[in-house]
Design a protein around this ligand. Structure first.
Ligand SMILES: Cc1cc2nc3c(=O)[nH]c(=O)nc-3n(C[C@H](O)[C@H](O)[C@H](O)COP(=O)(O)O)c2cc1C
Length: 139
């Protein structure tokens, strides 16, 4: 998707249907985010944290919080799915934990799969079953 960086203009939130001043592919995400009970954050580990693409998208969701006078975010349940060559997920977990602490979101589970870099490495890994079972438990 074509998702531009947040401008930090604090000019959003005037129209709940199209909350950001920038008009790009976030237009596809805002209505889905509004309806969603659960937000699944899925990312490879890039330089010890989740991808810039995911962070950019998340920053742009601030425009939804701007619809409220106190910038409160909609409360969601959430899931974290990550893959990495190594297994240093600490920074991502720290950030993910903030969603619970500051946004009041509830984590339904995390699946972190280290040791996967090349095509096919994930084949047969127990984390695939964990992800399947997590999905089943919430569907
Ligand atoms: C830009 C970039 C940065 C990366 N940084 C890390 C890292 O800090 N730690 C790590 O374990 N793997 C790192 N990796 C490896 C990826 O996390 C790993 O290949 C992952 O399995 C890719 O998931 P994907 O197949 O879904 O794209 C990096 C890969 C790229 C392309």
């Amino acid at each position: 998707m074509n998702i531009r960086d947040c401008l930090g203009c604090y000019g959003g939130g005037k129209n709940a249907e199209s909350p950001c001043v920038q008009k790009d592919d976030m237009a596809k995400i805002y209505p889905v985010y509004k309806e969603a009970d659960i937000v699944v954050l899925a990312s490879p580990l890039y330089y010890w944290t989740f991808s810039g693409q995911l962070k950019t998208c998340f920053d742009r969701l601030f425009a939804v919080a701007e619809c409220n006078p106190d910038y409160s975010n909609p409360v969601k349940e959430t899931v974290l799915l990550m893959a990495a060559e190594g297994d240093e997920f600490e920074e991502s977990l720290y950030w993910y934990d903030r969603l619970e602490k500051h946004l009041g979101w509830k984590s339904l589970g995390k699946v972190l799969c280290g040791g996967v870099a090349g095509i096919g490495d994930i084949s047969g890994r127990k984390e695939l079953t964990e992800a399947y079972n997590l999905g089943k438990s919430i569907s």
